[in-house]
Design a protein around this ligand. Structure first.
Ligand SMILES: [Zn+2]
Length: 314
């Protein structure tokens, strides 16, 4: 992907558990519960945390689900485990075959021809535009805010436990807050919209995280107070009256399949603040709400264009 950094957006996401959640460690314990949460060593203690990789998986599958709902049957998102003959086989697999057939697949081509989910979250051919850090306890006075649950009948969670065998889980209880940072670099406006849509659905408690979701585990509420957008190389007076996406920087001659009009126009924007060699705009309150609405609208519109392109290609 581009070596040059043209834009960057980041925000802190607070995740509050509203019911018991379990992000499995994957390690069975010899004594104690059969399933325990992931722990990390921080400030000298073993603390529970939510791994960024797991959160990124949650974000990706939610975006994929929304795209499939917006455009049912269009197969705009690749399926990693689709058969070779399927139209929606994974982007990585398609590129492997094109390379095998002698084509030189640059990262620009892999991006241009990647599905929306791979463009945003990455594929085996390039890293994604978004990164999500590990979420740590906001208040770590209690390093292991957990309780034990009797997991009888939770067999679908494990695939085992026939005959209602007793099964103990150690879960994070309700009311615990975690915080992580979400960062987008060289993003298109629709990608910011996809990510902000996930944060809105987290706010509305529409997304569960971790294991045992079908058994009622994983209820959380997300919240975001402010979003920061930086443009390296721009002076404060050059700060856009909206949001400038990657496509706007690459222009008409883009090799990445981006749109030259990749820009969100907003009625009001916060003043640009000079920080080193870049300008930073911080959106909060009504500014953030307006930006989020515009970005989500752009996401929905681009997905629709994607579908039209896909239909024309058939
Ligand atoms: Zn893909």
């Amino acid at each position: 992907m581009l070596r040059r950094l043209v834009n960057e957006a980041w925000f802190d996401l607070t995740i509050t558990t509203t019911g018991p959640i379990l992000i499995k460690s994957g390690y069975p314990t010899l004594v104690g519960p059969d399933m325990t949460p992931v722990l990390t060593s921080r400030n000298g203690t073993a603390q529970v945390y939510l791994p960024g990789s797991s959160l990124k998986g949650t974000f990706r599958s939610h975006v994929e689900k929304v795209i499939a709902t917006l455009r049912p049957g269009a197969h705009l998102v690749c399926a990693p485990f689709a058969s070779q003959s399927a139209t929606n086989q994974s982007c990585g697999e398609r590129f492997n075959r094109r390379k095998y057939d002698g084509e030189d697949i640059s990262s620009a081509i892999a991006y241009r021809d990647g599905c929306p989910a791979c463009r945003l979250f990455g594929s085996t051919w390039f890293i994604g535009r978004v990164s999500i850090g590990d979420a740590y306890l906001v208040d770590d006075a209690v390093a292991r805010p957990t309780e034990q649950r009797d997991g009888v009948g939770i067999d679908r969670l494990t695939g085992g436990a026939a005959h209602q065998a007793k099964f103990d889980l150690e879960v994070v209880y309700a009311g615990v807050q975690f915080q992580t940072r979400v960062l987008l670099r060289n993003f298109e406006c629709w990608q910011l919209g996809a990510i902000l849509m996930v944060t809105q659905d987290l706010e509305d408690q529409l997304i569960r995280i971790g294991s045992g979701k079908s058994r009622g585990l994983g209820s959380v509420r997300g919240s975001v107070d402010a979003l920061h957008i930086a443009y390296p190389g721009l002076r404060p007076e050059q700060a856009p009256a909206g949001v400038r996406g990657l496509g706007r920087f690459l222009g008409e001659s883009s090799l990445y399949g981006t749109a030259p009009d990749d820009e969100l126009k907003l009625a009001a924007v916060p003043a640009g603040e000079s920080r080193g060699l870049r300008v930073v705009q911080t959106f909060s309150g009504p500014d953030f709400a307006a930006l989020r609405q515009a970005a989500i609208g752009d996401f929905v519109q681009r997905i629709d264009q994607w579908r039209q392109l896909a239909e024309r290609a058939v």
